[in-house]
Design a protein around this ligand. Structure first.
Ligand SMILES: NC(=O)c1ccc[n+]([C@@H]2O[C@H](COP(=O)([O-])OP(=O)(O)OC[C@H]3O[C@@H](n4cnc5c(N)ncnc54)[C@H](O)[C@@H]3O)[C@@H](O)[C@H]2O)c1
Length: 256
């Protein structure tokens, strides 16, 4: 219950899906959590729900594609809670599902702005707070799409592959300051992102969902908590010797 006691953590894209599960589990484990998202209504509802349970949590409107938004939200969170010790770079979009020769420059850039630049901006503006705290933990949510090709969403693959190596480079760069960086590579997790992707690309949602579930050797889709518990571990001192690592949480999808 207290694995994150005295930790202050920011979660981008924390209003729903995997990010929301991270916020729920981290506050449950005693962290004060800053939720950064563009879904203000969902964010407000989540905060109200968690505060009613006695959790310490605050919401900031923040578009991760805008550097100024991230700087001001992270500075405000550190001021509000007295420090910042952890960052979960979770905000992301799936983007266009077309083969490379049909993708426009605007479609490509839209995905990189959120999924790559968002991680860069958040990390950049969290780091001064980690310097002050004399340590920190950054958890970057990449994907199995950052490890293997799926012939599905080219800009997304490029972005998630970039996040994997941004993680390793920063892990080495900041190790001497006790700031750790790790990436998580989820398989298909049942959230709005996957539901919308399947709805847009297949005529029968239930059949598509069953097929995707069956493509994981464990025979099911992941749940947001399957990822959130790994995030709790990586934010906690239990993982004090873990940096530059990639955690593949995919029901065996990439084991073949
Ligand atoms: N669901 C999966 O199967 C899966 C698999 C691998 C990786 N991921 C990654 O996990 C992360 C979370 O995905 P999810 O499935 O929970 O998706 P989701 O669509 O349910 O949630 C994404 C969250 O990010 C927020 N967001 C999007 N753009 C933003 C922006 N510009 N600024 C701030 N917030 C923004 C959304 O508002 C939302 O709250 C993403 O990075 C995604 O790529 C998901």
């Amino acid at each position: 219950m207290h694995r994150l006691r005295n930790k202050v953590v920011a979660v981008t894209g924390g209003a729903q899906g995997i990010g929301r599960a991270c916020v729920e589990r981290a506050t449950e484990e005693g962290a004060a959590v800053a939720v950064l998202d563009i879904l203000d209504q969902e964010g407000a509802a989540l905060i109200a729900d968690l505060r009613a349970k006695g959790r310490t949590v605050e919401y900031w409107h923040c578009d991760v594609a805008h550097e100024a938004d991230l700087r001001s939200a992270l500075d405000a969170a550190a001021k509000r809670f007295g420090a910042l010790h952890g960052l979960v770079n979770n905000a992301g979009i799936a983007g266009i599902s077309r083969p490379t020769h049909e993708v426009t420059e605007a479609q490509w850039d839209a995905v990189q702005s959120v999924n790559v630049k968002g991680v860069f901006f958040a990390t950049k503006h969290a780091l001064p707070h980690f310097f002050q705290a004399k340590g920190g933990s950054v958890v970057n949510i990449s994907s199995i799409a950052g490890l293997v090709g799926l012939a599905s969403v080219p800009p997304y693959h490029a972005a998630k592959g970039a996040v994997r190596l941004m993680t390793k480079n920063d892990a080495i760069q900041y190790a001497s300051k006790q700031i750790r960086f790790n990436s998580i590579h989820p398989g298909y997790i049942w959230t709005a992102m996957v539901e919308n992707h399947l709805k847009a690309n297949s005529p029968n949602l239930e059949a598509a969902k069953a097929a995707v579930a069956a493509s994981h050797p464990l025979g099911r889709l992941g749940a947001p908590d399957d990822i959130a518990w790994c995030v709790v571990y990586l934010l906690s001192d239990e993982s004090a010797f873990v940096t530059g690592a990639e955690f593949v949480i995919d029901g065996g999808y990439t084991a073949r």
